[in-house]
Design a protein around this ligand. Sequence first.
Ligand SMILES: Nc1ncnc2c1ncn2[C@@H]1O[C@H](COP(=O)(O)OP(=O)(O)O)[C@@H](O)[C@H]1O
Ligand SMILES: [Mg+2]
Length: 622
Amino acid sequence: MKITSSSEHVLIEDEQIGLGAVAPGEFSIPFKVMVVEPCDTFAADLHIIWGELGSSKPSEDLLEVRVLAQRADIDWRRYKYINPYAEAPAQGGRFIGRREQVHTLVSRILQTPMEPTYIDGQKRVGKTSLAQTAADEAMRNDPFRKLHKLYILWGNIAAEDSRTTIKNLGSEVERFILGALPDSGGFEPGVYDGTLAPLVKLSQNVHGLDQERRFVIILDEFDDIAQDLYLQGNLAETFFANIRALTATPNICLLLVGGENMPYVMDRQGQKLNRFSRVNLTYFSRAAEWEDFERLVRQPSEGVLEWHLDAISEVFNYSSGNPYFAKAVCKEVMTRAVSERDADITAEEVRAAINARISTFESNQFAHLWQDGIYSPMEEREVVALKRRRTLAAIARCLRAGEEPTLESIWSQRGATQLTKAELGSLLGDMVARDVLSEMGGVYDLKLPIFRLWLMGVGLSRVANDRLGEELASIDQQLEDDAQVLPEEIVSLTSGWPPYRGTLVGPERVRAWLSQRQTNREQRLLFTLLKAVRVVSVEENLQRLRTAGQVLREQLGVPTRKKLTDRREDVVVTYVDGEGKSGQRYASDFAEENKIARTAILPPLLVREGFSRIQPKGCRAP
Ligand SMILES: Nc1ncnc2c1ncn2[C@@H]1O[C@H](COP(=O)(O)OP(=O)(O)O)[C@@H](O)[C@H]1O
Ligand SMILES: [Mg+2]
């Protein structure tokens, strides 16, 4: 492969690169280019010559390439500490897409009577962001400009005792309503002793004063409410009767927001909540919301990073359109881009970022996948969550071993867990229904690829390492789990390697090589060997061949060449091993570097004959 450029701005270090054998499929070749003078672009010609197995004629191709510089005006230092891919709920201009849901919510808030809604969906799909954005949007569109918003995170008012929780909630809402009035002097403070009834009264009074003034109240993480507020008992009855009464007032609109336990809470009090309409939020859909997803990735780093389509597609592949994990990946991509001053983002950068980030995810970032959506009272949830964790651990072991996770193989990887097969089947079915797993033709898989990657790496020992871990993991299993070679270990090893015969040897090649052994512990041994291997660059190799030639010439005292352009023919170079193997290539490199004629390279079988051809008097054949 030969690259030439007529540009005066750049200097190509190695114009010619020999690739050796190339396997079918895509491959890339790095060229080192020194920029002598700043320029936006330069053109180069690539001349490729190759031979194919089974054909003696070489093929060739000439390609023109244009290399474009990235923008020069990026203020990289600014982004060293500020990462625009924040994990906080997105509001204002940072909220992207979900137009249909926003529209539904805004019209339910603005219409008369106001229509209460509950928003549910997996944790981290954007419920809080949606509720806030919709309420803000409604305020902007309120013709009277008299719509007020209150956001309450359940954890901020929750107390150990539910009566106190109700008191906190009542006072907080009261303060908000009074605070919104131009003159709140005439109102007595309500007594919220186990009831929210004074709020109903207050809202009626306020409505009497000003019919255009309205309130939207977001109760976030509502499914965290204590059991005695919804399961049974007087307090629960009162609380939900109050909520129902509040939604019947013309000037208060409630938005209840909750995760996968929301349906369970709503079911217990279904009758009282039948006025509520539901908005269910899922991951971004590739088919229907692709453009929004593109903006989700691109917008925060606009003007800095140049995202190629394949990169965005890769972010989607790993996150399945989950906005939280998509942003987490983008955040890492951005951090790396800033430290490398590389604004050009392709799928390669995305994969590198994921590999580097994956084992720094904490269990709690995935915990909702096994903890949420358990439709039973609190005290029973722990047990179910534990069983789900073990099921996930067994699936991860199947995947690590390269087995398809069917019911059979998951069962055989369950370790010391006491699960019946029927129980395992129902746990799997439940996780399929919740979209945590997918199932096709009896083969299960994890729906979220980034979760799969995590679970197969560091996640397994964290998920399997529970209270009853001793029972679960025999020591052997533990050792095996811990020996796993992690993606970032491979990345950090290969990132220091120079190109080998023109191509970079990346993590995939190493992983493929490791997988020649079945168990993690054997792979760990291979990896230890690999870490001790020193990879020598082509330049270093050639340098050594020149030095070797020098040493030989000095030892043998051979006469120097008469002219610089002369190629010596008074030596014979040979090699061990057969033709077409590395020995032959080194012999040819040696000849090239030491200005020896190609005809002086002889295959092992012809050495004797060749030697006698040039044999001076008094010298014996080897
Ligand atoms: N439509 C969206 N536009 C931009 N970011 C979003 C969107 N939806 C979710 N996110 C991001 O996803 C993450 C989780 O969102 P959040 O609203 O906190 O989810 P939930 O309340 O469902 O747990 C946050 O980092 C948020 O910025
Ligand atoms: Mg939230």
